[in-house]
Design a protein around this ligand. Sequence first.
Ligand code: G3H
Ligand code: 13P
Ligand code: ZN
Length: 304
Amino acid sequence: MVLVSTKNILRKAQKGRYAVAHFNTNNLEFTEAIVTAADKLKAPVIIATSAGAIKYAGIQQIASMIKIGAAKAKVPVALHLDHSPGLGLIKNCVKEGWTSVMIDASHNSFNTNVRRTRQAVQFCRRYGVPVEAELGQLGGEEGWVKGKNIFTNPVQAKAFVKKTKCDSLAVAIGTSHGAYKFKGNPKLDLQRLKEIREMISIPLVLHGASSVPKDLIRKANKLGARIKGAAGVPDTQIKKAIKLGICKVNTDTDLRLAFNYGVRKFLKKNPSVIDPRKALNSGKIEIQKIVEKKIRLLGSAGKA
Ligand code: G3H
Ligand code: 13P
Ligand code: ZN
């Protein structure tokens, strides 16, 4: 299939009370694992590239790779620009065929966030590309996305959406990027989410939603990784968030952990094999398992 916009797949998810999975990619193995899993489960899917991924793989190279992957799939695949730090990258991506973008001016003041988001919306409208924006801030450190937790204010959210006319809104309700999300009890501010939902009607997005599976961490650590104190969002909290109106769920860290484990497992078992394709393929297999698990959790299997 050709790439689709996120507009319709998110609206459909909102009506159907499930969430579409967003997965970040940087390379061939991640992209293939995501497309294969989505196709197998007949799920619409969003493949996302951060500014870091584009820098790593090259804008045309990563776009071509994802377009070719999507063309092989029978399910709708959207190509999304994640956390764009500015309009410049958005313009370049739209030109190269991205079908969805996020402008992340959440670290600016409310007024500046409004102004920069509105600029992105005005540009993208001309090309029919939907814009995700963020209000509030997520904690964590992944690539350039660094922040402290500032929860989304529901009243501000209403004003923000009215002023910017963004197509979807990422909310800060206690998640954060990366593998170290919670020190104590992992808990989302679901009451706040409910209040935001009551204030605005556009699709809501949950970033920083990796589960950071304990068994994956344990197995990777057994093979030499040193990942300590990692904690993710429990599946039960994700399910509740979807019931309360989240219809796009972003996952990157879980795929990175799965890949890390898969590559380690192969190299440990096969210390004399130097063909990189074999180690990378082992990583790919583990990613696919995680992607399938996430799609099932979000309820998007069979919704293509
Ligand atoms: O939300 C952030 C993603 O995990 C992307 O991380 O900037 O390291 O590519 P990155
Ligand atoms: P995780 O770090 O929890 O996977 O979040 C990814 C994300 O929000 C991408 O935008
Ligand atoms: Zn994010």
